[in-house]
Design a protein around this ligand. Structure first.
Ligand SMILES: [Zn+2]
Ligand SMILES: [Zn+2]
Length: 273
């Protein structure tokens, strides 16, 4: 009975595939969470395409897709998520930022509208279920685990997720902007005592002042929040496409010097907590 996390896409903003992005990976946000027999995938960035193959290999029938929000880098992989075209699969899609704004089905459908994409959402043969909730609600999905959520500070809104299973917990907090000197109380509450927090670390402290209003944060802020909330481990996530492998190596060295209990996410990383 363990909680397993696999990173299928760790980039923010846009997928990038140059040789200088290969070490950390170029696909955008997508994280698989396995809690016993339950399977979740958080965000449908371009990384979800490769995860789709696992669904067939392991013949997974039911999966929850938890969306932080619907900016491109978090949904662009969805039209290429092949299990969605297979009538034997059941995919339950949830989002916490679109209630009263048309809902998540409409947004995913719009992305696939002619002439932006040749195949409409209606061509997807899987049982697709859509749920729009209000960020901050708890999601009662299974009896033996709990899912908590919190609203994040991001243009058009975003939702943070915490999955608690068998005494372990993982929290996914992207995309979010911090206010310097004012720790985000919603996030502190969500991450309290967690085993692993995956945090939006798009910018460095040097870059941050130029990017106020863009909706992102820094690893330094993530570390402060984790320490204040007794979190065991921080995962530095949502890498800026301009941050090449050498740059990411430096970030990891600096961050680990400050606090050994952190790492920079790399595509393909598979961890059990
Ligand atoms: Zn993003
Ligand atoms: Zn975003």
């Amino acid at each position: 009975m363990t909680l397993r996390i696999k990173f299928w896409g760790v980039r923010g903003s846009i997928a990038c595939a140059s040789m200088d992005h290969m070490k950390y990976g170029g696909n955008t946000s997508c994280i698989e969470v396995q809690a016993g027999d339950h399977r979740f995938v958080m965000d449908a960035g371009t990384g979800i395409r490769n995860f789709g193959k696992v669904i067939f290999e392991e013949d997974i029938r039911k999966i929850y897709l938890l969306l932080t929000h619907t900016h491109w880098d978090h949904i662009n992989g969805f039209p290429f998520f092949t299990p969605a075209y297979d009538p034997r699969r059941h995919i339950s899609i949830m989002a916490g930022h679109l209630k009263g704004q048309g809902g998540v089905e409409k947004v995913l459908s719009t992305q696939m509208h002619n002439p932006m994409f040749p195949v409409p959402l209606e061509a997807m043969q899987a049982v697709l279920e859509y749920t729009d909730f209000e960020a901050g609600e708890n999601l009662p999905l299974y009896d033996d685990l709990s899912v908590q959520t919190a609203p994040l500070n991001h243009p058009n809104g975003a939702t943070g997720y915490r999955i608690n299973y068998d005494g372990k917990s993982v929290v996914y907090v992207t995309d979010t902007e911090h206010i310097p000197g004012k720790p985000d109380q919603n996030i502190l509450k969500l991450i309290e005592g967690a085993d692993l927090v995956i945090y939006d670390s798009t910018y460095t402290e040097e870059e941050f002042p130029e990017k106020i209003g863009w909706g992102h944060s820094t690893w330094n802020e993530g570390m402060k929040l984790c320490k204040a909330a007794n979190v065991k481990q921080l995962a530095i996530f949502h890498h800026d496409p301009e941050h090449l492998d050498d740059f990411m190596d430096d970030i990891e060295a600096q961050a680990q010097k400050e606090w050994a209990n952190c790492f920079v996410c790399r595509e393909g990383m598979d961890i059990t907590i």
